[in-house]
Design a binder for this molecule. Structure first.
Ligand SMILES: NC(=O)c1ccc[n+]([C@@H]2O[C@H](COP(=O)([O-])OP(=O)(O)OC[C@H]3O[C@@H](n4cnc5c(N)ncnc54)[C@H](O)[C@@H]3O)[C@@H](O)[C@H]2O)c1
Length: 396
């Protein structure tokens, strides 16, 4: 099949490579012209996709990136994989989904299967995508993406994939397409069920992470190790699931998707109180971290040299979207510390570059990559660890 994937970020490129690998002819469309050039020169920008893999598909003619939307016409399947962020008031911003739908409306003159993989609230495929695309009778399905960047155990092939469509024919076509590179397809009765399942999965994580973050504060105030308690609780073989406390939540999913659910909940008159409280707890974690760092450093960090280690939102990825490291750094600076950061995966961020850990008074470990020099961290005067990796260090 000829496949177009609108958006070549974490999700779009992952699906592009999955589809190219199973013999489809894939065009990856992106508005970012320099990204398109980079991809066509065989350079991947995400973890989990090697340059050599990309080069192979380009050479075989099964993958090409493009910023020209006219290539959409004639494709059998068009996948939408564009950002779904929050606006300044933390409400859903569907402008990218709308723009992608408008591209399809303007350029696609022959019927295709349109699949949305972008995470959004139930009703998005029906009301925000299909209702917006006029002139041609397309088929529509929703298959929310579950990719976990950096996860080597679960990828596109072996992660079960949900599919819901506006018609049985759309579901059948979507099952045929995804079944060509995914092992386990699960049909659900409507796109709304698929859309809601995805945001509920992420809301489940957000609320449970907030719960352990609040518990970590309670345990510390009680003078016991929160992590030891959680490890002890996890010995129960049923009815308990482990989550780790940390400096907050980051990335494009956990801090964002639950607010999409809260938005529709509000529209139908149900107050999403868990989501709101979980947001409050997680967003307050950087301030808690800085409070503990100040307390652990004798009550003041004014003039101290602080290095924040790991600024991406999770281990072994370079993604800094919504990372709690940003607030930790800003709050440490507000307390008068001289703050640098160290993250060789990220390299450059917010107009600053990664510094060395050596000769810092204080190290605050926000994210621990496998490659980080633990001895250099331990050599700092005071270490505050948000990750649970540094045995014996102060932390959460
Ligand atoms: N990153 C993840 O781990 C993850 C996991 C599951 C689901 N999702 C969801 O998938 C969607 C995409 O996320 P992502 O992480 O791939 O985002 P991303 O920012 O990495 O990539 C999106 C790409 O879309 C491009 N784009 C924006 N508007 C466009 C348009 N009109 N036409 C063509 N290209 C356009 C951007 O230039 C960018 O390259 C979001 O809804 C997100 O919530 C992400």
């Amino acid at each position: 099949m000829r496949i177009a994937i609108i958006g070549q970020g974490y999700v779009g490129l992952t699906i592009a490579v999955g589809a190219a690998g199973s013999g489809h002819s894939v065009v990856g469309i992106d508005v970012n012209v320099s990204l398109v050039d980079q991809l066509n020169s065989g350079k991947s920008h995400i973890e989990g996709i090697n340059d050599s893999e990309l080069v192979g598909f380009i050479a075989a003619g099964s993958y090409v990136a493009s910023s020209d939307p006219s290539v959409l016409d004639g494709c059998n399947v068009i996948v939408i994989a564009v950002p779904t962020p929050l606006d300044a008031d933390r409400n859903p911003d569907l402008s990218y989904v709308h723009a992608a739908s408008d591209l399809i409306s303007q350029h696609v003159k022959s019927p295709a299967l349109i699949v949305n993989e972008s995470t959004s609230y139930p009703g998005t495929l029906r009301k925000e995508i299909s209702a917006r695309i006029t002139g041609v009778e397309h088929l529509y399905a929703s298959s929310p993406e579950r990719v976990d960047p950096g996860n080597t155990e679960w990828g596109t092939k072996n992660t079960p994939r949900l599919i819901g469509g506006l018609t049985p024919e759309a579901v059948a076509k979507a099952v045929q397409f995804y079944g060509s590179f995914c092992d386990n397809i699960i049909e659900v009765s409507s796109p709304e069920v698929a859309e809601a399942a995805k945001i509920f999965e992420n809301t489940f994580r957000q609320v449970n992470i907030a719960l352990v973050n609040e518990f970590a504060q309670i345990a510390d105030a009680l003078g016991i190790s929160g992590r030891e308690v959680l490890d002890a609780a996890a010995t129960k073989p049923y009815g308990f699931m482990s989550f780790n406390p940390g400096p907050g939540v980051g990335g494009h999913c956990i801090p964002v998707d639950p607010s999409y659910l809260a938005h529709v909940a509000n529209e139908v008159g149900v107050p999403a109180t868990f989501i709101k409280r979980a947001n409050e707890v997680n967003l307050a974690m950087p301030a808690y971290v800085v409070k503990r760092v100040v307390a652990g450093s004798g009550g003041s960090i004014k003039g101290k040299k602080v290095v924040v280690v790991g600024v991406s939102y999770k281990s072994n990825v370079a993604d800094t979207r919504e990372t709690p490291a940003a607030a930790v750094i800003d709050l440490l600076r507000e307390k008068g510390a001289t703050v640098s950061w160290h993250d060789e995966l990220v390299g450059t961020w917010r107009g600053e570059t990664s510094s060395s850990i050596a000769s810092s008074d204080i190290a605050v470990v926000v994210t621990k990559h496998d490659s980080v020099d633990l001895d250099a961290i331990k050599a700092c005067g005071y270490v505050f660890d948000c990750t649970g990796y540094l045995a014996g260090a102060d932390g959460i």
